[in-house]
Design a protein around this ligand. Structure first.
Ligand code: FEO
Length: 166
């Protein structure tokens, strides 16, 4: 069993993961409008991955005999000034999510909830990867910013991401 406080916090993270998916799907749609199908593909795969993260919380809440309570998903931003601005937003968002995961781990430690702490460690590692990917993308986007040839190459590269990759 998990405490009521932990149940609420886990449900909150489920919402945050689904929101992340919504945000990245919104970025995918923005890139489609900008005729950057490769960028859109990368964001779409990322959105699907976020929904999988949400499902990990869904399953864990149920396995612990707690209840899943779905709440409203905030509407995401729909426009960005440039692809670079969108990637800056990705990094900023992932840092925020890392903070949320850290808060959950702190709660698990405070409550001596070892099982939840153990469950959360996957996300601690995942956030290292998420921030790393976001920083790499941002640096590529900085190089390509304003250079059509480099943007074309980057669009091609991001178009190759498949759902099985992280
Ligand atoms: Fe589920 Fe991008 O963190």
């Amino acid at each position: 069993m998990v405490s009521e406080k932990m149940e609420k916090a886990l449900n909150g993270q489920l919402n945050a993961e689904v929101y992340s998916g919504y945000l990245y799907l919104s970025m995918a749609a923005y890139f489609e409008d900008e005729d950057l199908a490769g960028f859109a593909n990368w964001m779409r795969v990322q959105a699907e991955e976020e929904l999988e993260h949400g499902m990990k919380f869904y399953d864990y809440i149920i396995r612990r005999g707690a209840s899943v309570t779905l709440t409203a998903i905030d509407a995401p931003q729909t426009q960005w000034d440039s692809p670079l601005k969108a990637f800056e937003h990705v990094l900023e968002h992932e840092k925020m999510v890392s903070g949320l995961i850290d808060d959950l781990v702190n709660l698990a430690i405070e409550e001596k909830d070892h099982a939840t702490n153990n469950f959360l460690q996957w996300f601690v590692e995942e956030q290292v990867e998420e921030e790393e990917n976001a920083m790499e993308l941002l640096s590529k986007a900085k190089f390509a910013d304003g250079d059509n040839r480099l943007m074309y190459e980057l669009n091609k590269e991001l178009g190759e991401r498949s759902p099985s990759e992280d």
